[in-house]
Design a protein around this ligand. Structure first.
Ligand code: ADP
Ligand code: MG
Length: 304
């Protein structure tokens, strides 16, 4: 969770779990328009142009994400849960990477660290060679809004908003005009096959359709990275397959880096590399070409 974002009017600490999804101050006595706050954040971040805290050991940005010695410990009363125990991972630009591991192995924790949704206890996450820990709250909000798109297992759409409103919401924070937002929102929903569902609310859509809206929303501000945490976890085989196809096309056609936490074997087919994690550590990394599994069989199963 980003720390230090305060409402400019009443000073309330604002917690943001997803970039750009808060538009008014949650304080009922205040309700200040936070869009302007986010705009300032955007301008401020642009000015600094991410020249801070670069790691000079790397001259080209071959890796869009790098983690160094990532440790996350959750304190639960007297008990300390070690969710990550030193994760070292370099992710190439335009790579499709799947993070696989059993439930509780630390996938979501790693996802949250890479996405700047939570902070590591130790270690560093570099996005485009910028140390995320060095960013202030505004810069972090800017990065989350503009560089990263998020997709969650449970879709996380805003129920009172239509598909189009959900998709265009993050664009408000990027300073687009209403016309631009509507055009782009429609284009994205058409791309995910929902051109005829623009004005449906999430509950009027199937699970697969909701996740397609979430895919479209993740692309609102043309991010370089899409982070997907078990995006097919709540979907049946066929619908899950459709979401994977969308992510794969995005990766192939637009060079978007896809980082997906999953335990869905169908994902293997789409991935360039599979990082297996267990008990908060990388167990092994496989290249797709090395995987012995019969991918044809998996593809076949998806059609049942
Ligand atoms: P996965 O996504 O692979 O299922 P998680 O990253 O969610 O795994 O969880 C890794 C470990 O950290 C688990 O043991 C889980 O119980 C613990 N954990 C995750 N989030 C929290 C939290 N907010 N507070 C305490 N423990 C947590
Ligand atoms: Mg998880």
């Amino acid at each position: 969770m980003a720390e230090g974002l305060k409402c400019p009017k009443c000073g309330l600490d604002i917690e943001t779990t997803e970039a750009g999804l808060i538009s008014v101050c949650p304080n009922p006595q205040c309700r200040a328009d936070l869009t302007s706050l986010m705009m300032q954040a955007q301008t401020g971040a642009k000015k600094r142009d991410y020249t801070i805290a670069r790691d000079d050991s790397v001259t080209t940005h071959e890796f869009i994400v790098r983690t160094k010695g990532l440790v996350k410990a959750y304190k639960m009363g007297e008990v300390i849960v070690q969710a990550l125990r030193g994760v070292q991972l370099d992710i190439r630009r335009a790579e499709y990477l799947s993070i696989m591991g059993p439930s509780g192995s630390g996938k979501s924790t790693l996802f949250n660290m890479i996405g700047g949704l939570d902070k590591p206890s130790e270690g560093t996450v570099f996005i485009d060679e910028v140390d995320m820990a060095q960013l202030d709250a505004y810069e972090l909000a800017w990065l989350r809004c503009r560089k990263i798109g998020y997709i969650f297992q449970t879709f996380n759409l805003i129920p009172v908003m239509t598909a189009l409103e959900n998709v265009t919401l993050p664009m408000i924070f990027a300073g687009m005009t209403t016309d631009e937002m509507m055009d782009r929102g429609k284009e994205l929903l058409e791309m995910v096959g929902l051109g005829d569902r623009l004005h449906h609310k999430p509950l009027e859509l199937s699970g697969g359709q909701q996740q397609r809206v979430a895919v479209a929303r993740s692309l609102a501000n043309a991010p370089a990275i899409v982070l997907a945490d078990e995006p097919t976890g709540n979907l049946d085989l066929r619908t899950g397959r459709e979401i994977i196809d969308l992510l794969q096309n995005l990766n192939r056609d637009s060079g978007v880096t896809i980082i997906s936490a999953t335990h869905d074997l169908k994902m293997i087919e789409a991935s360039d590399r599979i990082v297996h994690i267990r008990d908060g550590q990388i167990e092994r990394i496989e290249l797709r070409s090395e995987i012995e599994i019969d991918i044809g069989t998996i593809g076949g199963k998806a059609e049942i």
